[in-house]
Structure formats: structure tokens, C-alpha cells
Design a protein. Structure first.
Length: 147
């Protein structure tokens, strides 16, 4: 195996995935804002965020009958790492800095985490779709594109 590394501070060498990392960071910043969650809450949020991103389709979905390829399928084919939960999008998401003390508090904190994930997914999806549109426009704008 021959390893090759991207030069430090040279994002133009790994542009596609560097842009992808940037999208994810911006969505996390928009979701959390200026709040400082404790370490465990942040680790949980990042793990859930990872699951959300790895469940995205890697190809265009033409019909419901086809199975789409997702990044998670390379690790565990057809695995579902997410639970579908209905959340109120109008409520503010808050990352609690202290651990819950009762069952009700735990359920409330879980609900808040789900709202944070929904807010993250909305922000990330918006930026990701915008990136795909930009890439498609750049792909067809060269002098040889018009035939």
C-alpha cells in the first residue's frame, strides 16, 4: 500500500471533500450557534450528525423501487443508523450543558437533540444541494460545452 497525503494548508488538492467538510462545519455552527454544550452532548451530537450524513444517497434517485447507494453501505450494507422521529421545527434546539436527572429530563433532552439534528439536517441539506447546483453549472460553462 502506498499512502499519499494532501499537502497541509492546501485545500485545492482535496477540493471535493474539503468543501464537503466545510459544508458540515457550517451546518454544525448554524445548529449549535454560540452555545457551548458539554463534551458528552457534543460527542453525541457529532455521532448523530455523522449518521445523518452517511445516510444520504450518493446517486440520483429515479424511482422508489431502486435501492440507492449511501456511504454507510460501504460499512454495513442496507443498515439503518437513524430513527425517524417527528419533531416540531418551530421550537428552538438547545444543547443542555448538564446531564438529565430524571426520566422526564432524559426524554426532554433526547427530544431537544432530535430538534438539533433536524435543524442540522435542514441547514446541511440546503448547502449541499446548493453545492451540487454550483458544480453542475461549472461543469457545463466551458467554451467547448456549447456544440
Amino acid at each position: 500500500i502506498k499512502w499519499s497525503f494532501v499537502t497541509a494548508f492546501a485545500p485545492w488538492k482535496g477540493g471535493v471533500y474539503e468543501r464537503f467538510v466545510g459544508l458540515t462545519k457550517n451546518a454544525i455552527r448554524r445548529t449549535i450557534g454560540r452555545r457551548l454544550p458539554d463534551r458528552k452532548t457534543f460527542q453525541t451530537f457529532i455521532t448523530e450528525t455523522e449518521a445523518v450524513i452517511n445516510q444520504r444517497p450518493m446517486t440520483f434517485i429515479e424511482s422508489d423501487s431502486l435501492e440507492v447507494l449511501r456511504p454507510a453501505d460501504f460499512l454495513r450494507p442496507r443498515a439503518n443508523f437513524l430513527t425517524e422521529v417527528e419533531v416540531d421545527k418551530n421550537e428552538e434546539c438547545m444543547c443542555s450543558p448538564s446531564p438529565p436527572s430524571s426520566t422526564e429530563a432524559l426524554v426532554l433532552q433526547w427530544d431537544q437533540t432530535q430538534r438539533c439534528l433536524q435543524k442540522f439536517w435542514t441547514a446541511w441539506q440546503h448547502e449541499y444541494l446548493h453545492l451540487l447546483r454550483e458544480r453542475e453549472q461549472h461543469r457545463h460553462s466551458g467554451p467547448y460545452a456549447q456544440t
